[in-house]
Design a binder for this molecule. Structure first.
Ligand SMILES: [Zn+2]
Length: 56
C-alpha cells in the first residue's frame, strides 16, 4: 500500500497516510496527526516545487 505525505498548513508538519490509490481517488479527508487540522495538502518531497512552478 503506498504511503502519501501530507503537509499541514496549520502546523507545517508532515503526516504520512497509508491508503490505496482507489481510496485516494475517491476523495480522502486527511487529518493532521499533530494538530488535528484537515487543512492538508499533498506533499511531494522528491519534487522541486518553487513559486515559479505552478502545479497546473
Ligand atoms: Zn497540523
Amino acid at each position: 500500500m503506498p504511503v502519501y505525505e501530507y503537509l499541514c498548513h496549520d502546523c507545517k508538519k508532515l503526516t504520512e497516510v497509508k491508503t490505496s490509490f482507489e481510496e485516494k481517488e475517491k476523495g480522502l479527508t486527511v487529518k493532521c496527526e499533530h494538530c488535528g487540522s484537515t487543512n492538508m495538502k499533498q506533499y511531494f518531497g522528491n519534487m522541486t516545487v518553487t513559486a515559479n512552478f505552478p502545479l497546473h
